[in-house]
Ligand binder design. Structure first.
Ligand code: GLY
Length: 370
């Protein structure tokens, strides 16, 4: 069963197709986009070992030839050196304006290849084949592409929408449990920010998702992508509502920076901890009842996720230093930190009206229980 969510942006509408076996069917899915039966695939070595030959066979079944570049895995790939290697390789392969590039992998590959497609010959089309849960529910949809700068994450990039997204839910079967749970942090985020019924559903079906229930996984990806598509349609370039997708991210980015973007904290783990902190802050500011952060924390705990700062191994800087790191966030406007807070589960909103002392106190208390 394949589910389809359309992102109906004018003149650039595209489908996100969700379900099993999509890598094996990639040829028939992609063929209608092609001016000639040849594509360039950019991936990373770990994903290549799992899925590249299946993709080659899937494309060949529709008579499509493929050339492939394998970059190293990991966040450090998302920077100028591998980016220029990718762009120059695409030029060497004589990829033309009407050709299509395929990004096969997780968020790092999707962001980097999307950005390469945005600038190559002033913009060519690309297809996302996201293989991580995080990429399927978030980064492959919505057109944010880019790489990291020494000054911070995702500071160099462009909005460039894919022409098609193939979210093959079979690919989730090969994810290590920690990576799956990290992606789940972004799934929970959708329920928390805008869909209380989805959060209710996750409370019941979350364990099935984890144990590999195919139907539950397809449904979770579909609902997440649908919510993202709706938000992107309202606010493609993040002038307003799209910032809601950053629920938990201001705390997360500070924690990722404090842990050196290392394996100590995966992105989705930081999002989960950040969501718990955002709900706690909302309750402390009297915006939502205390039961709401308790319910968020209980669900994350029940799923075996990181919830507290104490769940991050090793030392963390003090509350003042964490607050300073939050101040480097892209969401700072005129020096004012913007927060995504909530009036309850499923009711997030954006505000700059948060007293710094409250944030400092929250972080001090959170660090004290380590
Ligand atoms: N991942 C947040 C966004 O796409 O806006």
């Amino acid at each position: 069963m394949i589910e389809v969510v359309t992102v109906p942006l004018e003149g650039r509408a595209y489908d996100v197709r969700i379900g099993p076996g999509l890598i094996a069917r990639a040829g028939v899915e992609i063929a209608p986009l092609l001016a000639r039966p040849r594509v360039a695939v950019v991936t990373e070595t770990r994903v290549a070992a799992l899925h590249l030959e299946a993709l080659r066979a899937g494309l060949a079944a529709a008579g499509i030839e493929m050339v492939a570049l394998e970059l190293p895995p990991g966040e450090s790939t998302k920077a100028w050196p591998e980016f220029s290697r990718c762009v120059e390789w695409l030029l060497e392969q004589k990829i033309e304006r009407r050709d299509v590039v395929i990004a096969l992998g997780g968020g790092v590959i999707g962001d980097l290849v999307g950005f390469a497609a945005a600038v190559l010959r002033r913009g060519i089309r690309f297809v996302q084949i996201p293989t991580s849960l995080l990429a399927q529910v978030d980064s492959s949809v919505g057109g944010k592409t880019g790489i990291n700068a020494p000054q911070g994450k995702n500071l160099i990039g462009a909005f460039h929408q894919p022409a098609l997204v193939l979210a093959d839910t079979d690919a989730l079967n090969s994810l290590p449990p920690r990576d799956f749970l990290s992606g789940y942090g972004e799934v929970v985020k959708y329920g928390l920010l805008g869909d209380a019924a989805f959060f209710d559903w996750l409370e019941t079906r979350g364990p099935d998702l984890l144990s590999g229930d195919q139907g539950a996984r397809i449904e979770a990806v579909r609902r997440s992508v649908q919510m993202k598509a709706d938000i992107v349609l309202r606010d493609e370039t993040e002038q307003g509502d799209r910032a809601l997708l950053n629920l938990g991210h201001t705390f997360c980015h500070a924690l990722e920076s404090a842990t050196g973007y290392s394996d100590r904290l995966l992105h989705g783990e930081g999002v989960a901890i950040g969501c718990a902190l955002a709900f706690e802050l909302s309750a402390r500011l009297g915006l939502c009842p205390q039961e709401e952060p308790s319910r968020v924390r209980a669900h994350l705990r029940a799923m075996g996720m990181k919830v507290d700062l104490a769940d991050i191994e090793g030392d963390l800087p003090d509350a003042g230093a964490l607050l300073a790191l939050m101040g480097q966030d892209k969401k700072v406007i005129d020096g004012q930190l913007r927060f995504i807070l909530a009036r309850g589960i499923g009711a997030a909103f954006v505000t700059s009206d948060v007293p710094q002392e409250e944030v400092l106190k929250l972080l001090t208390d959170a660090l004290a229980i380590r």
